[in-house]
Design a protein around this ligand. Structure first.
Ligand code: GZL
Length: 331
């Protein structure tokens, strides 16, 4: 309905003195000078993604002075490119998107630049050589998330007297080419080179979904159950892998069972952590809406902005998680 509204209003452009409206017809469409934002979201593949979408929608609300045009790309980059082109044609004031993968954005971002529409990238990055094509980035340092995970794992194994023993690792990766996958994978691959007793027995893509990880883990269990660690690149994958392992009779627990490493620290993931099924859950904060709201408001007032913003993140493990922590989580 909002899109139709924006389209209809775009067709009946009102002449207005407001600075933003002179730049982009769509903001003339908003009548009471709402800031028109086109937001292209990757999809709804995980609890993390759902929380990210909710954060954006609540921050870029009409009450906060926005008309939000939302598009769910259903995990297809082509759909994101199509949506961004539509936003440009509608003459929105700002474009916000989470790039499914890092490559393939140069052409559409050049179109946005030519249309003089600022682009804010959230969550995942685009390839570094085109950094000049966006105005700001808000998200996570994914390599650091991976470093937190492998450092924690090395310490756990050391404390268990397994610092020299063979450690057989199954690696279930996120969407290949996404920044979250690139960073979390790089940290594990680097750690495996640093620990001669760590062995990557399988590396498969779980595409950040529970269903795909369940399927992949099920196939792996058909030819080996001799597994010490399963490194999953988000909570959805961890839940799928754990379901497959438990069906195969394996116990997931850092004390004597399979050590499951995960990322996101969604409430559901932390429930599994409390139960010991996930040993470590590294936080990846999806609550980026308020940051985007703040950047847009500063841009409109000509105030300086922080071009690259990494959100502060921590981790939770089976040994420190509590019911109170879970109950107080924002997502
Ligand atoms: C991370 C984000 C990832 C999450 C997954 O910022 O891009 O995508 O870790 C989500 O849950 O699917």
């Amino acid at each position: 309905m909002r899109k139709l509204l924006a389209m209809v209003f775009c067709l009946t452009i009102m002449i207005n003195g407001g600075c933003a409206r002179e730049e982009h017809p769509a903001s003339a469409a908003s009548g009471d000078s709402l800031i028109v934002v086109g937001f292209s979201q990757v999809g709804a593949e995980s609890e993390w993604r759902v929380a990210n979408t909710e954060s954006m929608k609540s921050a870029l609300s009409e009450e906060n002075g926005y008309m939000l045009i939302f598009d769910d790309a259903r995990q297809e980059q082509e759909n994101q490119i199509r949506a961004i082109r539509m936003f440009i044609q509608q003459g929105v004031d700002y474009i916000v998107f989470s790039p499914k993968v890092e490559t393939g954005w140069k052409s559409i971002l050049l179109e946005a630049k030519e249309a003089n529409i600022p682009v804010i990238v959230i969550d995942r990055y685009i390839e570094r050589e085109y950094e000049n094509l966006y105005t700001a980035y808000i998200g996570s340092d994914f390599h650091n998330e991976g470093e937190i995970a492998v450092t924690w794992l090395a310490k756990l194994l050391e404390n268990q007297g397994r610092g020299e023993e063979p450690v057989r690792i199954v690696h279930i990766q996120g969407t290949i080419g996404s920044t979250a996958q690139v960073g979390r994978t790089a940290a594990l691959e680097k750690a495996i080179k640093q620990h001669p007793n760590w062995e990557m027995i399988v590396q498969e893509c779980g595409d950040f979904t529970k269903a795909k990880a369940y399927e992949v883990m099920g196939s792996i269990l058909e030819y080996t159950k001799d597994i010490d660690v399963v490194y999953c690149e988000n909570d959805g994958e961890a839940l799928g892998a754990i379901a497959a392992m438990e069906e195969a009779g394996l116990k997931c627990n850092p004390n004597g069972g399979v050590i499951v490493i995960s990322f996101d620290a969604t409430r559901l993931g932390l429930e599994y952590c409390l139960a010991g099924k996930i040993a470590l859950d590294v936080e990846c904060n999806p609550l980026q809406g308020p940051y985007v709201d703040g950047i847009i408001k500063k841009l409109r007032c000509g105030e300086p902005i922080e071009r690259i913003k990494y959100i502060d993140e921590t981790y939770f493990d089976y040994f420190n998680i509590t019911r109170e922590i879970i109950d107080n989580r924002g997502y």
